[in-house]
Write a protein that binds this ligand. Structure first.
Ligand SMILES: *Cc1c(COP(=O)(O)O)cnc(C)c1O
Length: 385
């Protein structure tokens, strides 16, 4: 059966060139980068090359790049690492209601430890108002963490403006750029950020590999203690193949960037247009223009997201939903709730995210089949009017 993957926001396939770059570090080049001998130095050179590639892509210095086990660790490290380092300065953290769980759950955890957390609201498009950040900052505030682009609805946040406010008030600013890296500009100076998270598997690199950018001079304590790797900030022997793969994926993400973005926008827009033309009572979620180039997120009234996913899956289409019963959660998406979507409507949410391997044919296939799926489900739905 035909298989159409439209869940690039969840993860991406490893690029063949990335796999090719990684392979020798599993077979012949197996040294530990901390070893003095030739095997070690070969591995170390590869890690340092990857670091150089990442730092160039972010407009940063190599010493500001810390390799981690992924986006979740990078987010945990940024939030807890700064919180623990600055306890004496203050114990107030500001974040938003639409953050990834890696940030939100970390903030909840810190709250239990006595920190104060302000969770900023968003508008109906999922946007944070920089003025709200300004008003929330107190002399106890030590960190603001606002994501660059949302993983569910694709809304892009005004990071530059928020960063300016944080700088004026001398408060550290972290952004989760896991979804935006490779498709939006993530130059750390342009964005005015002190800390920034990325994750390799969201841009055709391996799973279990990420980076936390930490601006020089930023006070942060390690979460993982042990050896002296990563300037004593993140112990453990480097996952050399994954670091190399991450570096290669970053390199590829910088190539033909405009072309890839245009490709994604075109497919996304044709998906949005055909769905909204062919199915009644659907709304586009997220910001109409300030959104990720590859994200189509819709609300289909009167049906269940899970039911849609199952029918689509039977047709070979892989999608995602923010509905209540989806995989690991019993609550409807916190992002949709924060945007003011009713729990009933949130049930019918459908996220389709395109990527490198998506073709116009794929979009046509989905556009041809989705209306039938919706019609059928609505005909048996107790929610349908
Ligand atoms: C995927 C994702 C993460 C988590 O990254 P992992 O590498 O899977 O741990 C964090 N934030 C956002 C916005 C994401 O999309």
């Amino acid at each position: 059966m035909r298989q159409i993957y439209l869940d690039y926001a969840a993860t991406t396939p490893v690029h063949p060139d990335v796999l090719g770059a990684m392979e020798p570090f599993y077979s012949s080049k197996y040294g530990n980068p901390s070893s003095v001998h030739a095997f070690g130095q070969e591995a170390k050179d590869a890690v340092e090359h990857a670091r150089h590639v990442v730092s160039t892509a972010l407009g940063a210095h190599p010493e500001e790049i810390i390799f981690t086990s992924g986006g979740t660790e990078s987010d945990n490290f940024a939030v807890k690492g700064v919180a623990y380092a600055l306890t004496k300065k203050g114990m107030h953290i500001i974040t938003s209601a639409v953050e990834h769980h890696a940030v939100l759950e970390t903030c909840h955890f810190l709250k239990d430890q006595g920190y104060t957390v302000t969770i900023l609201p968003v508008d109906r498009y999922g946007k944070v108002d920089p003025d709200d950040v300004k008003k929330a900052i107190t002399d106890q505030t030590i960190l603001v963490s606002i994501m660059h682009a949302n993983n569910e609805v694709g809304t892009v946040q005004p990071i530059k403006a928020i960063g300016e406010i944080c700088r004026e008030r001398d408060v550290y600013f972290h952004t989760d750029a896991v979804q935006s890296f490779g498709v939006l500009s993530t130059n750390v100076d342009e964005l005015n950020v002190d800390l920034l998270s990325i994750s390799a598997h969201k841009f055709y690199g391996p799973k279990g590999a990420g980076v936390l950018y930490v601006r020089k001079g930023t006070r942060i304590v390690p979460l993982i203690h042990g050896g002296g790797q990563e300037w004593n900030k993140r112990a453990s022997t480097h996952n050399v193949p994954c670091v190399v793969g991450l570096g290669k994926a970053v390199e590829l993400a910088m190539l033909k960037k405009d072309e890839r973005i245009a490709h994604a926008c075109e497919l996304r827009d044709s998906l949005i247009t055909s769905i909204t033309n062919r199915i009644d009572q659907v709304n586009l979620n997220g910001h109409p223009t300030d959104r990720l180039p590859n994200n189509c997120h819709i609300l289909v009234k009167h049906i269940e997201g899970e039911a849609m996913l199952l029918r689509l899956n039977a047709l070979g289409i892989a999608a995602s939903t923010g509905s209540a019963c989806s995989s690991e959660s019993i609550q409807p998406s916190h992002v949709l709730m924060a945007m003011g979507v009713s729990p009933i409507d949130a049930h019918g949410s459908l996220r389709l995210t395109v990527g490198r391997l998506t073709t116009p044919d794929d979009i046509a296939y989905v556009s041809d089949h989705l209306p039938g799926v919706v019609r059928e489900l609505r005909s048996i739905s107790p929610m349908a009017t």
